[in-house]
Design a protein around this ligand. Structure first.
Ligand SMILES: Cc1ncc(COP(=O)(O)O)c(C=O)c1O
Length: 389
């Protein structure tokens, strides 16, 4: 049996590896505080689950869904975008539900990238931007996200011939893993850059609703011209704590949405309909729990940021996302430092290098664990610090 070469080009998925190490430690009886994966601990609001249960009882929802999703869902997505961002979308041509946004993100490269062609990806960045490119036979070209540029890519630093050759550009704000945000001015520059070099833009925006201190992240689709050059991926995962239900969406440029629809109609049969009805409920019903969730994450952010400061780990206070991107002490790699925290005090974090070379020198903490576990994690960080003195 000979597996494809493309498989050997993929590194093991970081979270799978980390979860295995955590599971091994737990099997040996060690209590691990997991600041690793960004998966909300707070449950899906109950009215959404009630809708899901009702819909699951209806035999009409026991059959294959359509790849394109229910018209009710496409309309609910378009209305949500209009209400939240003032963006008008055609629910038929400019909206497509996804089996979680990761699915659409990973498949998008198949719409653009021929073997050997380039996609511009943020470094550090959410791994599927690069992995989707590699699976399509292409080459990810790193756009470094540096702290002194507020973790935004510097478009001027990309050689003109690279930008001309590239087909796609990935951007993501509020950003995973850095927690950085971008304003409409940045999105405008991205659109101009893309137009100059005939690039398609994919903006990945699952964290627009996870924000603090009164900040309201904008949508890339608010830029006039965004629809001509790109799409935005969004998700119900982080907004409504629905990571387990697997439902997201892509909106924007009708040709790009149509191209992804064509790929998907050959790969999957859409999102189970009961989950689509639950998503309609989430998007259309009261949004007040979003603010309540953010109060919890903001409190956790404050507590962890204070502790990081006390133990000498330097981190910016994020205005959005449930991540804190912290520098590590001199003399460690991010993997060594992650191992030290795990082995010495039973704290799991994500090593920055897992998001690309540009993530080296950092680790990511996720705030998606209970208040009690977070406080225990803070105590353990202080213990780690005392032992190092
Ligand atoms: C930047 C980013 N994009 C997309 C996703 C995937 O979300 P979904 O659950 O919709 O697949 C994640 C999940 O962690 C993410 O961090």
């Amino acid at each position: 049996m000979e597996l494809s070469k493309r498989l050997s080009r993929l590194p093991p998925y970081l979270f799978v590896e980390i979860n295995q190490k955590i599971a091994d430690l737990q099997a040996k009886g060690k209590d691990v505080i997991n600041f690793g994966v960004g998966d909300p601990d707070l449950p899906t609001p109950s009215h959404i689950i009630e809708k899901l249960c009702q819909a699951a009882h209806d035999p009409a929802n026991h059959r294959y869904p359509e790849t394109g999703g229910l018209p009710e869902l496409r309309e609910a997505i378009a209305d949500w975008y209009a209400g939240r961002f003032g963006v008008q979308l055609d629910p038929i041509k400019e909206v497509l539900p996804l089996v979680g946004s990761k699915e659409g993100i990973s498949h998008m490269a198949l719409c653009f990238i021929e073997p050997g062609e380039l996609a511009l990806v943020p470094d550090p960045g959410y791994p599927p931007f690069s992995m989707g490119t590699i699976l399509a036979g292409g080459e990810p070209y790193s756009m470094p996200l540096k702290e002194d540029n507020d973790f935004l890519p510097d478009f001027e630093a990309i050689p003109g011939e690279v930008a001309d050759k590239a087909k796609l550009m990935w951007i993501n704000y509020p950003n995973n893993p850095t927690g950085a945000i971008a304003g409409l001015d940045f999105f405008e520059r991205a659109v101009h850059f893309a137009q100059r070099h005939d690039l398609a833009i994919c903006h990945d925006a699952p964290y627009t609703e996870v924000a603090f201190d009164g900040y309201k992240p904008p949508s890339f689709m608010q830029i006039p011209g965004a629809k001509k050059t790109g799409v935005e991926f969004h998700s119900l995962s982080k907004t409504y704590h629905m990571t387990g239900w697997r439902i997201g969406m892509v909106v924007g440029n009708a040709d790009m949405v149509g191209a992804l629809f064509k790929i998907k109609s050959n790969l999957d049969s859409g999102v189970p309909q009961a989950i689509q009805y639950a998503a309609v409920e989430a998007l259309r019903d009261s949004q007040e729990h979003i603010a309540k969730h953010n109060v919890v994450f903001q409190r956790r952010r404050n507590e962890l940021a204070k502790a990081l400061d006390e133990v000498g780990l330097i981190a910016r206070m994020p205005k959005a996302t449930f991540y804190i991107w912290s520098r590590i002490p001199q003399g460690y790699t991010s993997i060594d430092f992650t191992k030290e925290l795990l082995d010495e005090v039973g704290i799991a974090v994500t090593p920055g290098v897992g998001y690309g070379k540009g993530g080296e020198g950092h680790i990511r903490f996720s705030l998606t664990i209970s208040d009690e576990r977070l406080s225990e994690g803070v105590n353990r960080l202080l213990t780690w610090r005392r032992r190092r003195r």
